[in-house]
Design a protein around this ligand. Sequence first.
Ligand code: ADP
Ligand code: MG
Ligand code: ZN
Length: 471
Amino acid sequence: MEFEAVIGLEVHAQLSTQSKIFCACSASFGAPPNENTCPVCTGMPGVLPVLNRRVVEFAIRTALATSCEVQKKSVFARKNYFYPDLPKAYQISQYELPLALAGHIDIEANGAAKRIGITRIHMEEDAGKLVHEGEFAGAQASLADLNRCSVPLMEIVSEPDLRTPEEAGAYLRRLHDVLVYLEVCDGNMEEGSFRCDANVSVRPRGQKEFGTKAELKNMNSFRNVEKALEHEIRRQIDWIEDGGKVIQETRLWDAAAGVTISMRGKEEAHDYRYFPDPDLLPLVVDDAWVEELRKTIPELPGEKIARLESAYGIPKYDAGILSSSRALADFFEASAAFYGGNPKVTANECIHWKDAAVSGKLSPETIAHAVEDRESGAISATVSKKLVELAIETGRPIRSIRDEKGLTQVSDAGALEEIVSRILAANPKEAESYRGGKTGLLSFFVGQVMKETRGKANPKIVQEVLRKKLG
Ligand code: ADP
Ligand code: MG
Ligand code: ZN
């Protein structure tokens, strides 16, 4: 029997607001333990949460960028569970009436375009963190750091539309880039700003009903999500083929061992005893606000890739790499505007120097001049590379470095002929062998000319002159 996988992803993205979702504490990462806390986010009795307007704006902008329907009225609910890093013993989330519904994201995987549905987007608060460190009464001690309590999160739930680990990876990368383009999330996966739970089931190909799903947690890179899914799909198929039945559970990805491990039976929604939070009014979003926010949506990654491809005639692959960051795409366009040579060459350069380009260590003008000088034959590829390196190091204009160091390429055939004659005279044996049929010796002569000119000769013209002189 042939099986097919069904995958749906739940992404938690930390919103890059300065303060937390229901209090004025800093939401920044890396502060000393429990420094960013107050009575509200540590769950003291008698305090009241106040919703951060910026959090709502970030979530609405995400909803608009993913073609979701922003709901006029949404409600915050209490999700009840006990955990030592959750002092209120409930998490404020949205449940029955979330902020946004029914959107989608377009992806490309295995060369095919596909639209992936987004079920819902809602806002919620994060929990704290337990640090298992040191000893207490002779046993392992655990410490609670509540800095992360009430840091704003947005949960984005996909429809079970994904069929392969590659599609899941493509969806995650695109969603990640959209959030970073919107500047609502810093996208840092190691710090946990963008994390994903993957739901996966298998079914015999052709069957309509979904199989029972497992939920995978603890994957902190795109590659890990893909690997965990590959492994879990294989595991479920093997299990069913051996006569087993998949049970609904939460499994942990162990990246080092490359396996998923059962963590706990999946809790059901009713276990959480959700109910509307009586301390927070329903959130009402009017059309004027939504329209105001719609104006702040930048060109998104998919649109940018398509435009770069058609406007500059560069391959989609290159357009995709350039669009992996807004700053890099802007850098490319600025470079191309400085010099209208072959945009493909400019794209290659921008991709090659991408770290320096996005960190501001390199100017678009430098790349434009490097490309222009190479196309005109004024400098060789090797020299161009060296010059760009020097421009990054010193922050000086590339052409003044070129002129100061006398690195302009020798393309003048007359000057080269003289050098070639000298080299042929100095290597009569090799010249004779070449004329006798050992044409492979051409590169030996090119090398000699390069040595003589300290790499500044235009290799194409050197070859032409050599061929002429060697008959
Ligand atoms: P739960 O209530 O168990 O959290 P949801 O209906 O909220 O389940 O779905 C959670 C995620 O699981 C969604 O992304 C959804 O697309 C996905 N999903 C639902 N059913 C399946 C299934 N049978 N196989 C794979 N993914 C599924
Ligand atoms: Mg769920
Ligand atoms: Zn606080």
